[in-house]
Design a protein around this ligand. Structure first.
Ligand code: SAH
Ligand code: SF4
Length: 327
């Protein structure tokens, strides 16, 4: 627009740093430029269409985008902060059989602005509630497969990380993926966020049954990619493993995990399945999860059990939107 470059930084700070989208409130910008901006641009935040808070403090948002489509985002209290779960697509084409988002199919990719402005929507909501707890950790674990939308997700990560914009450090941001050929390497090389991988099965045939996308990006290839991902000195890849009763939770599965992960620098995150309304799947019981965890620990792995938060508000990936669509 023929303006000096530092003006862009100023606008960036207002929009992403302050969450202010009204150009007239950007007081350090000349009247003339504000008029030009008003003429050419409009800042459209996602609208909170519905917010439901669980007894455990987790709040799930249904957000309406400018074209009327609806996505979910969740904020989860964790001590002195919230961790926010971001969506990257409306729906998801990967079709994992236990996942509500997978069941609803794919509508479209989100833009980088739609991805990063979920954070502003949550911050605006918390200000309205006089809730001082900051949103200081992010996980790309909402609706969608982030690496199928890598161009926009990369831009969003740049906005999230930039000092002029949302200013999150790398270790506060984790991207979760089922694994997509070439994109996983590009993401790893970008060093923009930490890596989490949805494994869910330690052998190809079971993994393919649960996650059809594994047919095109096979387990061997995925593991080889993880072995070569560039990591900071003490960094670990998070391996996510959702515990499905009678399906992937035996000690023989745990033994296979030990074998395939022997050369991957990782920590393992066991996830209690949030059954929602998906028929045919249940979470493994407490004892089974304990035995699985103990076995992996006895072989030297760091293993954490991720609590299921917000079960009373359909907080797992896609569940609230699925209920909304039903209604
Ligand atoms: N598409 C990416 C990120 C979004 S899903 C991925 O699959 O990794 C984030 C995590 O939630 C994944 O590990 C996914 O398998 C898991 N998940 C999906 N539905 C779930 C449910 N009902 N209960 C527990 N975890 C679930
Ligand atoms: Fe998509 Fe992830 Fe759900 Fe699979 S688990 S369908 S990749 S959102």
């Amino acid at each position: 627009m023929g303006e000096p470059a530092y003006r862009a930084g100023q606008v960036m700070k207002w929009i992403w740093g302050q969450g202010i989208g009204d150009f007239d409130l950007m007081t350090n910008i000349t009247k003339n430029l504000r008029a030009k901006l008003n003429n050419d641009f409009q800042v459209l935040w996602p609208l909170v269409k519905q917010a439901e808070t669980s007894v455990d403090g987790t709040t799930k948002f249904l957000l309406r985008l400018a074209d009327g489509r609806v996505i979910e985002s969740v904020i989860i209290p964790a001590g002195d902060h919230y961790t926010q779960c971001l969506s990257t697509q409306v729906g998801c084409p990967m079709g994992c059989v236990f996942c509500s988002t997978g069941k609803m199919g794919f509508e479209r990719n989100l833009t980088s602005g739609e991805i990063s402005s979920q954070i502003i929507a949550a911050r605006h909501y918390l200000i309205g509630k006089n809730d001082p707890l900051p949103v200081s950790n992010l996980v790309f674990m909402g609706m969608g497969e982030p690496l199928l939308n890598w161009t926009q997700v990369k831009k969003a990560l740049e906005i999230i990380r930039a000092a002029d914009a949302l200013n999150f450090s790398r270790r506060k941001v984790t991207l979760s993926t089922v694994g997509v050929r070439d994109k996983l390497t590009e993401f790893g090389d970008s060093k923009l966020a930490l890596t989490a991988v949805s494994l869910h099965a330690p052998e190809q045939s079971l993994r393919k049954r649960l996650m059809p996308a594994a047919a095109v990006y096979e387990l061997d290839e995925l593991i080889a990619c993880l072995e070569n991902l560039p990591l900071a000195p003490r960094e670990r890849i998070t391996i996510e493993y959702v515990m499905l009763k009678g399906i992937n939770d035996s000690l023989s599965h745990a033994r296979d995990m030990v074998r395939i992960l022997s050369r991957v620098k990782c920590k393992i995150n066991l996830i209690k399945y949030n059954p929602g309304h998906e028929p045919g799947f249940e979470s493994s019981d407490h004892e089974t999860i304990g035995a699985f965890q103990d076995f992996l620990r006895s072989r030297g792995f760091t293993v954490m059990l991720r609590k299921s938060m917000g079960a009373d508000i359909d907080a797992a990936c896609g569940q609230l939107k699925a209920r909304y669509a039903d209604n």
